[in-house]
Design a protein around this ligand. Structure first.
Ligand SMILES: *Cc1c(COP(=O)(O)O)cnc(C)c1O
Length: 425
């Protein structure tokens, strides 16, 4: 859409960009909180909780109505029988993450899926027992990984390797991952990193990481909580063994909603992989014979446990309809321009207190910019909140500002930078 050298200062540029933005109408498909002046808040927090799709009550009420009027028969009758509800969601979700439909299923919540995936894909031996994790991973991921290591009787002090930047930036270079795998690869059972780091906003080269980790005999899992719906992904081709993500951040499916799960098709037929089983993972065509021995469905659904909460799925369906209309490639194109513009304007402010810790190359980041505030960060964060900006604050000194291409505009980026400048003075 644009490259860095073409950005311009002044509101005229933002107005012009909004006029030619093919996705500008999608803003109307979301509810946005209001500021005290009655205008929309500048909502730069879609990395934490996405806005509510304006039509979300339609599919939700449809489920409630079906439950009210059909009760148990709603499983098989009505406009969208609950038995097959996931069939409308999985194909769109699969396109979003670049996977085959059979490789993707929506189930459980994110951390639950991480545990289930580690039951199957972290099977440590005396010789190969380590897990390589992201620099400063999301706390839940660390707790999950450490508890799995302990569950298998290993000591996290020996078994947990955390990536570390080797300079005073927050950026991890591929060579560092390469070096660790070169040195300790034979002892690493699982490489488990975020697609986009939640703190720094760094996007990792997922295909290359998978390739070098597989070359060393390690299995690979990605937490895509900050990547799904944010950047274009090609999970099938990149080839990790599993991936997981939530649907309430960039995917706008509502607070705490279910998680997406990817298992590469190379594992689908392999019934020797240990897993924690439940009846909804049973082979579909014989599930209701209610036999004693577990026979998994031979795709990612074979890892699910329970019959799904349809009201929650209705929220995901509403979101998927919007993504299907917008298209991930168009979203990404706008996102690169929007975030590049934000970076451009913040650099123009040129204030000694602010540094951007997110990588500067568009291919190494998604929507989010993490701003390190050397002094008075928390006060600054509160000041911009009073001026009608919702971003988010991460201890000890980072404001994450995330313009989202589905519902944020170039003019909002412009106003954000003006508010930031005024609050800094
Ligand atoms: C948001 C997020 C989570 C949250 O996990 P839940 O189980 O959905 O509460 C976990 N990991 C990462 C990387 C996240 O960004």
């Amino acid at each position: 859409m644009t490259n860095k050298s073409t950005f311009e200062e002044g509101q005229e540029y933002a107005i012009r960009m909004d006029l030619v933005d093919p996705l500008s109408a999608f803003k109307d498909r979301f509810h946005c909180p209001k500021h005290v002046d009655g205008k929309d808040i500048i909502y730069f927090c879609g990395n934490s909780l996405g806005l509510q799709p304006a039509h979300v009550m339609e599919p939700i009420m449809e489920v409630m109505e079906s439950w009210k009027t059909r009760a148990v028969e709603g499983h098989f009758t009505g406009q969208r029988p609950w038995m097959h509800y996931c069939d409308q969601i999985n194909p769109v979700m699969a396109r979003l993450v670049g996977a085959k439909t059979a490789e993707v299923h929506v189930m459980n919540t994110l951390t639950v899926n991480l545990h289930l995936m580690m039951v199957s894909f972290y099977r440590p031996s005396k010789k190969r027992f380590k897990i390589l994790i992201d620099y400063s991973p999301f706390p839940s991921d660390r707790y999950a990984v450490v508890s799995q290591i302990q569950f298998h009787g290993f000591d996290p002090k020996e078994a947990l390797i955390e990536l570390q930047p080797n300079d005073d930036t927050s950026i991890i270079r591929l060579e560092q991952i390469q070096n660790i795998l070169e040195k300790e690869g034979d002892e690493i059972a699982l490489v488990m990193i975020g697609g986009v780091n939640y703190y720094s906003g760094q996007l990792y080269p997922l295909g290359e990481i998978t390739r070098i980790a597989h070359d060393k005999g390690c299995l690979v899992g990605f937490d895509l909580a900050h990547a799904a719906g944010n950047v274009t992904l090609s999970l099938h081709e990149d080839g990790p063994d599993f991936a997981i993500w939530c649907t309430y951040k960039y995917l706008n499916a509502g607070p705490g909603n279910l998680s997406g799960c990817f298992v590469h098709e190379r594992h689908h037929q392999d019934v020797s992989i240990p897993r924690f089983a439940g009846w909804w993972g049973y082979e579909k065509k014989t599930r209701f014979l209610m036999k004693d021995d577990f026979v998994p469905e031979q795709n990612t659904e074979g890892w699910t446990l329970s019959n799904p909460p349809i009201v929650s799925l209705a929220g995901i369906l509403a979101s998927m309809e919007i993504f299907d209309d917008a298209g991930m490639n168009r979203l990404r194109q706008k996102s690169v321009a929007l975030t590049g513009y934000l970076e451009f304007l913040i650099r123009k402010i040129d204030h000694p207190s602010i540094s951007i810790i997110t990588p500067s190359y568009p291919e190494q980041r998604g929507c989010q910019l993490s701003l390190r505030i050397a002094q008075g960060g928390k006060e600054l964060f509160q000041k911009i909140r009073h001026q009608g900006v919702i971003g988010d604050w991460r201890e000890p000194d980072v404001i994450r500002a995330t313009p989202v291409p589905l519902y944020n505009s170039f003019q909002e980026v412009y106003h954000f930078s003006e508010i930031l400048k005024n609050c800094l003075d």
